[in-house]
Design a protein around this ligand. Structure first.
Ligand code: OAD
Length: 273
């Protein structure tokens, strides 16, 4: 047994008393940003997918489906303005990940989010695997040619569909966020075995319903404690002896964990910066 019990206090003790250098892997999803004002995808009333009737989609996920986009790019560009990063402030959960990094405990953060709030909270680039891409770059879906950022910003603002600047191609251009039917970025495959090296895994704010990301928690060793901070139980979390379930909102969950570690004041300070 690596944990004395399945409690927050046991996790805190494990983090604080670790004899080996602690390597924590964090896995996040849309639920860590809902308190920043960004809807998640699958929550029944408030989630993005429950609120897309105005786009007349055949099914909600179509808005992020590459084959649907090829024929109907407009619904995505109708929504893109709301998804575009920049309007939101990181939550205390984002700051908690930054705190783990500051303490030298963060091995890697795997995020499914495209809001860039982890980075904004201070987690450095090299610690983040943006498994579902980001708005940082944009390119033609046919010839893969890069597209200028200013033109993408204009297209998103005006809700128009941008096309490849190479007129002989004229393919559709989209931000390099990963759509259903597309490969995840190379960085995901390069790093996906890292959970096997983790001493602790913290999973927050995700329904774990999209593969291959949803498999990451399986990759860590059986003896590695896995902490789930989420409003509902997801995946197979809870099935291993050292799984700790904190079924609550992420912000109060990380506050509780920080408090048990004696870091609460530092965390609040970091968040207020
Ligand atoms: P989901 O919307 O599927 O899941 C969010 C999870 O967070 C749910 O389990 C919620 O109950 C929980 N949750 C929401 N707010 C919370 C809060 N304040 N505190 C604690 N838990 C909370 O979002 P993801 O799992 O991120 O992909 O979705 C995965 C992928 O599906 C996304 O990256 C996106 C989407 O389609 C693409 O677009 C490619």
């Amino acid at each position: 047994e690596t944990l004395e019990s399945r409690t927050v206090e046991a996790v805190a003790k494990y983090i604080k008393d670790g004899v080996r250098p602690q390597r924590i892997v964090v896995m996040t999803g849309a639920g860590i940003s809902t308190s920043a004002g960004i809807p998640d995808f699958r929550s029944p009333d408030t989630g993005l997918y429950a609120n897309l009737a105005r786009l007349n989609l055949p099914y909600a996920e179509a808005v992020f489906d590459i084959s649907y986009f090829r024929n109907n790019p407009l619904p995505f560009y109708t929504l893109a303005q709301e998804l575009y990063p920049g309007h939101y402030r990181p939550t205390i959960t984002h700051s908690f990940i930054h705190l783990l990094h500051k303490k030298g405990l963060l091995l890697k953060l795997f995020t499914q989010n495209i809001d860039c709030l982890e980075r904004e909270a201070g987690v450095p680039d090299e610690k983040i695997v943006e498994a579902h891409g980001s708005f940082a770059r944009q390119s033609c879906i046919e010839c893969k040619g890069a597209y200028p950022r200013e033109l993408m910003e204009r297209a998103i603002k005006e809700k128009t569909v941008p096309h490849c600047l190479d007129e002989s191609c004229n393919g559709l251009v989209k931000p390099e966020i990963v759509f259903f039917g597309e490969q995840l970025p190379e960085a995901f495959f390069k790093n996906k075995s890292l959970p096997t090296e983790a001493d602790l895994v913290i999973i927050m704010g995700t329904s774990l319903s999209v593969q291959p990301f949803a498999s990451l928690p399986h990759f860590c060793r059986d003896a590695t404690p896995r902490v789930l901070i989420n409003s509902e139980q997801v995946g197979d979390l809870g099935s291993r002896a050292d799984d700790v379930l904190m079924l609550q909102d992420c912000d109060s969950g990380v506050r509780k964990l920080a408090e048990a570690c004696g870091w609460l004041e530092e965390l609040e300070g970091l968040w207020a910066e």
